[in-house]
Design a protein around this ligand. Sequence first.
Ligand code: PFF
Length: 451
Amino acid sequence: MSTSNQENQTWKSKGTFLLAAAGSAIGLGNLWRFPYITGENGGGAFILVYLLCVLMLGLPLLMAEVSLGRYSRRSPITAMGSLARHIGASRSWAGVGIMGVLTGVMILSFYSVIAGWAMSYTYESFAGTFTGMPADEIGKFFSNMIADPVTLTIWHTVFMLASGIIVGRGIHKGLESGLKIMMPALFILMLLMLLYAITQTGQFGRAVEFMFKPDFSELSVNSIIAAMGQAFFTLSLGMCTMMTYGAYMPKENSIPVTCLSVAGLDTLIAIIAGLSIFPIVFAFGMEASAGPGLLFISMTTAFSQMSFGAIVGGLFFLLVTIAALSSAISLMEPAVAWLQERFGMSRAGATVIVGALIWFVGLGCVLSFNLWSGEEYKLFGKTFFDILDYLTANLMLPLGGMLVAIFAGWKMGRNKMMKELGLSTTLFNLWMPLTRIFAPAAVLVILFTSL
Ligand code: PFF
């Protein structure tokens, strides 16, 4: 389906797709969201369901999204529409792309606020604020920070400006260079923190037990939904993001190998984050279910006691910020591409509009942690932040993913998918029923039980 002009837009090297896709997948979802959601949902049993979801829903769907993107060589909104036209299916399939645009805007509105916390912690760590600070004061520092809407707004603004500048400059220039150094650096620092957790806390065994010994009495229907939502969120699935990146993937790249690498790396980082955080949590008598502050409070406590903690901590939060940035870009890209295509806007203009909208909605998330945290501002016991997070991760991403699965499994036709995926017949015969039947059925059953 591609024209030569569009073909020129494939990534410059084979490894770049992997880097960009991993850059999108690995972010706050692994480092911030996974540990705290795991803590809130009781540990082992939740992680087991999460891992099953990654393997049986996430991986097949990731392959589906990337193949659809590469097959169409178009941005996701046009991709779904033009694929549908190409195979004679209804044009309303384009709606999946539009829903993805909206989901991205909603996710980035809270994502940017949390990334702002990471920026603030980068600054404070390097400045030595936490050096030698007692554990309870570190907790108080966090509470004071989120109680202050001005500080949160400033950092949220800085993060959105940074994301906007990168997106506005265009996908290639913005992405290809920095990630090559930052992603491996993050990985190495994570390993160092793991080493610290193993050797210094005396609680590593307890953390392993908490994370890997399933206690099914802890598992509610809500935990199952949360586990599924986390699998979609962390792999950037269900809003056609990976489709956008697939459109830039060279034909010679193997979709199964790359997708397996992305999902594997992503899961590995999340597990390492958990294994580093929970020993600290237990060693300092914190609550595993402490909520969104978990990463910030626990890691900072460790850095405060460590030699060179200010530098290690500053570097750590800097890399968390950069991981968040490479995911933010992929959250913003669909909306920007949509405005460009639909209304013929310039890239810069589209970026300004999308960025401003996200920034504005983000203010509601800023207030969720302070002025709007009271019961009178909650809906079903949830703050504005909770609602955005719940709606996107637990409902919109799984629904989007389900529609993509139905499209790839039922509408595209066996031969086209088999050719694009490049799976062996045996593996294809595993992929097909997972995509056709298991994924849509699982999403529906899990969502319906929640109602
Ligand atoms: N996967 C990202 C993370 O784990 O932080 C978040 C995300 C990025 C979700 C892009 C969805 C998306 F399209």
